[in-house]
Design a binder for this molecule. Structure first.
Ligand code: IMP
Ligand code: MG
Length: 182
């Protein structure tokens, strides 16, 4: 089990599994033949996934534009609150076919908020992509159109996801399972 910052990390999805799944997801998305797609990555958590997925999309023959929106629903803790826009997209989304990418779909608050926002701005279509889906935690009536993996009701770190701003750099997805010296 890897030890990072003095913590044991149990790996749930390995680097290799993630890479394989990204290639499959890109094929699933490509098979919908999106017209002039605009990918919107929700910062910060999805930046690693989005960076890999757009390259997988390229390999699948899709050339998206890429945008970023920064939405906070947490502060530094692990309890979801009301989503707040910290940094908005810079592109006019009216008439565009959007693919909104988030790291993890939990209560659904973040993706439901972002989808509604983009629809209110006149997007032609809004598809939701979540690397992980934690369906047991859902509160909003929303599902992703494309999901990497369903994950258990555990707090995930790595591959862009943090706890208290740590562990985003891990090349795998895992759970912190305690101190390495205990
Ligand atoms: P939702 O709004 O409750 O669906 O939560 C989505 C946001 O919460 C995601 O964008 C993540 O940034 C964060 N989040 C939810 N669960 C986890 C987790 O297990 N690890 C890290 N971040 C999480
Ligand atoms: Mg997030």
């Amino acid at each position: 089990m890897p030890i990072v910052r003095g913590k044991n990390i149990e790996i749930l999805f390995s680097t290799e599994e993630i890479a394989r799944r990204n290639a499959e997801l890109a094929q699933e998305i490509a098979s919908t033949k999106p017209d002039n797609p605009l990918v919107i990555a929700i910062l910060k958590g999805s930046f690693v996934f989005a960076a890999d997925l757009i390259r997988a999309l390229h390999a699948a023959g899709i050339s998206p534009e890429v945008e970023f929106i920064s939405i906070s629903s947490y502060g530094a803790g692990t309890e979801a609150g009301r989503p707040v826009i910290l940094r908005d997209v810079e592109t006019d989304v009216e008439g565009r076919n959007l693919f909104i990418i988030d790291d993890i779909l939990e209560s659904g608050g973040t993706l439901a908020f972002t989808k509604k926002l983009m629809e209110s701005r006149g997007a032609n279509s809004v598809s939701l992509i979540a690397m992980l889906d934690k369906p047991t935690k859902r509160k909003a009536n929303i599902d992703a159109d494309f999901v990497g993996f369903e994950c258990p009701d555990k707090f995930m770190v790595g591959y862009g996801m943090d706890v208290g701003h740590a562990f985003r750099e891990l090349p795998y997805i895992g759970e912190v399972v305690g101190d390495a010296d205990s």
